[in-house]
Design a protein around this ligand. Structure first.
Ligand code: ATP
Length: 331
């Protein structure tokens, strides 16, 4: 198949490294003499015919920039087939030979449905800080989000130690504990609460109090850092905070990291991942692959059916889980 012109868009939650991926798509495509346009605001740009034609000046100094120059957005209309059909006919009108969608699970579902009605390659590139996409070891933005969380936990521990407080640090991850687990390990937190192992508030509270007791036996200082995945505690973190304060008598505070985890300059791991996957996605278009994702396995890009990206819950690293109590925590 002769490829002359392709499009790229970023959709769903933005993630550091999306720009590095756009840059790689442009450079890899231009190297093959392929023109690249970028739809703005996710699938909205595709429906509103809102796009930019990339030139070399647009991608200079882009690899290190957080956010996405194409803007990201949710697009309710794309859930309806009539709108996806309009999008497909627009792609035809523009004489595009392929579409690369950088986004998360929802964006991939949209890509899969679009592929069913458009007969040119639609390729997904995993871009989300949550790392919750199956079929790829990592997603673009994940390493930067961990780095941001680790830096924040390091800082909050200084003040926790000074005042001998308990801090509950709420990190992102949606339904997955990747950011919580790895930021807790890397920052040497005392306890981590993960969706993958959470059973009930009662059981978890007993575990936390147990850890607090152990820590008091080992250390004079009663400061304590608990990392927890967002939206996990039933009724919200104020309930956990009040319970800990009343059970221990230690002042307890909540730190919600929130959207800072989505921002900032991507760390090297995300820049390299984004660059590899962007270049590989262009190869996949040239190979006329349909409805597939550019994933990464053992450091090499791999073509994976888009539907596999939603398979089961992606497991956390078993070794990291098994060493949690032994090595990292209560340090
Ligand atoms: P993140 O995980 O970082 O939030 P995401 O890609 O999963 O990213 P969503 O908000 O779930 O984010 O989806 C982004 C967009 O993808 C939606 O606004 C919509 O345009 C499209 N999309 C999601 N689900 C579907 C679906 N079932 N059918 C068609 N389009 C969809």
């Amino acid at each position: 198949m002769s490829v002359k012109k392709i499009a790229v868009l970023t959709s769903g939650g933005d993630a550091p490294g999306m720009n590095a991926c756009i840059r790689a798509v442009y450079l890899a495509a231009r190297n093959e003499g392929i023109d690249v346009i970028g739809f703005q605001h996710g699938y909205n740009g595709l429906l509103k015919r809102d796009y930019v034609e990339f030139a070399h000046k647009d991608i200079r100094n882009l690899i290190q920039r957080g956010g996405t120059v194409l803007y990201s957005a949710r697009c309710e209309k794309f859930h309806k087939e009539e709108h996806r059909k309009k999008a497909a006919s627009y792609l035809e009108e523009l004489e595009l030979d392929g579409l690369i969608v950088i986004g998360g699970n929802g964006s991939f579902k949209g890509a899969e449905l679009l592929q069913q009605i458009w007969n040119k390659p639609v390729i997904g590139v995993p871009g989300t800080i949550d790392n919750d996409i199956a079929g790829t070891d990592y997603t673009i933005g994940y390493h930067t989000a961990i780095q941001t969380a680790v830096e924040s936990i390091d800082k909050v521990r200084d003040t926790a130690d000074a005042f001998e407080r308990i801090f509950i640090v709420d990190v992102m991850g949606r339904d997955a504990g990747f950011i919580a687990l790895n930021s807790a390990i890397a920052a040497g937190a005392d306890h981590v609460v993960l969706p993958e192992t959470f059973e009930s508030a009662g059981d978890e509270l007993v575990r936390i109090l147990d850890k607090l007791d152990q820590r008091r036996k080992n250390h004079a200082n009663s400061s304590h850092i608990i990392v927890i995945t967002e939206n996990l505690w039933p009724g919200g973190l104020n309930i956990l905070c009040d319970s800990l304060q009343s059970e221990t008598g230690v002042e307890t505070r909540i730190l919600t990291l929130g959207h800072v985890q989505r921002g900032g300059s991507p760390v090297w791991q995300d820049r390299i991942l984004a660059t590899k996957l962007g270049a590989y996605a262009v190869e996949m278009v040239m190979n006329n692959e349909r409805g597939r994702m550019a994933g990464i396995r053992h450091r090499y890009p791999e073509s994976v059916p888009l539907e596999n990206s939603r398979e089961d819950r992606k497991p956390l690293n078993h070794y990291s889980m098994s060493m949690l109590d032994k090595i990292t925590l209560l340090g």
